[in-house]
Ligand binder design. Structure first.
Ligand code: COA
Length: 198
């Protein structure tokens, strides 16, 4: 976990103080966290975090908790077999899965120059520490390694400022807005469509 910062230390101290504490805290967080591709043995941890995401932030995802809660671990494990054209990436803190991001290449021949990013989520307790940025950077790097991929698309809930700011900071650009994109319990929500040229 991140170190507690001392508010009483003077900010101007060159070799100590809040600045140095923040630096140490950031470094120590980076040391306890790592990003890697998930594979079938991660099925249980993935399914638990994925269901947490669908339950806590339903408007952020097209899929729903009810659709995924009864999936067998075998089915979940199938999703986690990485290929050159798709992967689910996880962020781990002290070995515990706390963040997710995924991508896949479009399958149809005329669409295969495009990839799609989905399933981006960081557990509430771990937000604001750069994990989503590291996850998306990992996904972008995987897509770049894939022959013939020219762009990555994604959709985000139009009022999801944290997510839109995250994607924009990584070079994604909003190219369209879809009104009434999703319907949850009779309430309609707009999405924005974003793209990154690779
Ligand atoms: C969106 C989400 C993935 C961000 O995760 P995170 O690990 O907290 O994000 P990071 O710490 O890596 O932040 C990276 C950038 O995102 C943006 N960002 C993150 N949280 C933000 C906030 N609360 N307000 C504004 N911008 C924010 C900033 O641009 C930030 O860069 P900065 O720290 O240099 O300012 C996380 O809030 C989440 O899981 N939300 C619920 C699910 C969701 O909305 N998923 C996206 C589906 S499209």
């Amino acid at each position: 976990m991140i170190e507690k910062l001392s508010a009483s230390e003077p900010a101007s101290e060159p070799s100590g103080g809040i600045g140095a504490d923040l630096h140490r805290a950031t470094n120590s967080f980076r040391m306890t966290t790592h990003i890697r591709k998930l594979s079938p043995p991660d099925a249980k941890a993935f399914q638990a975090l994925r269901l947490e995401a669908l339950r806590t932030d339903p408007v952020a995802f097209a899929s729903s908790y009810e659709e995924e809660r009864d999936l067998s671990l075998e089915k979940v494990a199938e999703r986690l077999v990485p290929t050159d054209d798709r992967a689910i990436v996880g962020a781990f803190d002290c070995g515990e899965l706390v963040g997710l991001a995924a991508w896949h290449r479009e399958e149809m021949l005329k669409l295969a120059h495009k990839g799609f990013v989905w399933g981006v989520f960081v557990r509430d307790s771990h937000r604001g520490r750069g994990l989503a940025r590291r996850l998306i950077e990992a996904v972008i790097a995987l897509a770049r390694r894939c022959d013939g991929i020219l762009l990555l698309n994604l959709t985000a809930y139009a009022n999801n400022q944290p997510a839109i700011a995250l994607y924009e900071s990584l070079g994604f650009v909003v190219y369209g807005r879809e009104t009434a994109a999703i319907c949850i319990d009779g309430t309609l929500h707009d999405d924005v469509h974003m793209a990154l040229r690779l």
